[in-house]
Write a protein that binds this ligand. Sequence first.
Ligand code: IFM
Length: 443
Amino acid sequence: MRFPDGFLWGAATAAYQIEGAVAEDGRGPSIWDTFSHTPGAVLRGDTGDIACDHYHRWREDLDLLRELGVGAYRCSVAWPRVVPAGAGRVNAPGLDFYDRLVDGLLERGITPMLTLYHWDLPQALQDAGGWANRDTAEHFADYAAVVHGRLGDRVPYWLTLNEPYCAAVVGHLEGRHAPGLRDELTAVTAVHHLLLAHGKAVAALRAAGVTGQVGITCNLTSVHPASDAEEDVAAARRLDLHENRMYLDPLFRGAYPDDAAAHYAPVTDFGFVRDGDLEQIAAPLDYFGINYYERHHVRADPADPARGWQRVPPEHPTVTGIGIHPEGLSEILERVAKEYTPLPLVVTETGLALHDYAGPDGEIADDERVAFFEGHLRAAHEALTRGVPLFGFFPWSFMDNFEWASGYGVRYGIYYVDYPTQRRLPKRSARWYADVIRDNGLR
Ligand code: IFM
């Protein structure tokens, strides 16, 4: 099963999850520093203070990427390293770090794909209202221009945001992520301001003459009603609105979905949307990134028949409680290509959390992860054969890291990180992936 020539095999990480060095070289605090230091917020009280110490070990890490053979590496820039208070003063040492990183990648023949926002909002902006405050969108565009000003000559792929759904909903409605709020109006407002920030950043990058490709990454789910019953079908449609269409429609159709006004009417009339916002949000992109983890079967929620839904628990849950459904990936890729955009697509993340450990022989036998990636690659390939313009695949994650509210309690890496010594060890999946890259597909 071969992939097209030039297919982009990558690996992905994010700043707060790997860098550590949270108080070094002028970095300001982010909402994740605050949240992870809040008792009870993160499993076992884990924080990203040290994480994988990538800030100091980046050279060795880039060497590993080279050994793995990837063509590209997706990482994120920490806004609070570059603009410690989120707005205003630029911190040159922060930019220097990413400058060295980008050069280090290029020297090793690896293409950088930079995400500008992977959830580490500067705390000073949160103190001023965070994503509920429209000004945050403007500050983000300024920050994007600053990063572009330094790295724009060398970065072929830009992503404005990672997973606006998680930033808005998991952070402001479910309270499981920073800033830990539980308020639906704030969450829907945050959705809009995140999308607006994306649109403004795209405009800023274009105005600066960006030569790289500009895109955004959304996490999308494959949603199916659990039965043909009218209530289940309606519940599935609501979940699809909540998880997918609230992002896809504004980005690619320049409007919130038709059913959004009625669904959110109990909390908001969308008064935060101003003239011109949706045009800005829907400004043309060069590519679109998709993160895929979840497929849901949905039934009506008897406790909330008008607005709710229930996700049917998976038959075989993984350690994070979700199921494994590779076919959901081809469904999503085909849906996006058919219903939303002819843009080139890239799987910017998919991956499996396990409780990996090194055996007595030093081997980390993550065969379930290999099977997971094989299944997802087959699904991606199937989408390709059906005409989806997929140009790359980035496993999550290059190495084990700080998994947000789960701290270091689960591992997603294809490299194992022994946190006490910070040694990196290839898991079986890393060796398998190196073969996939070399063969440009599966044997
Ligand atoms: O670790 C995260 C990543 O930061 C965003 N996408 C999902 C991953 C696994 O939960």
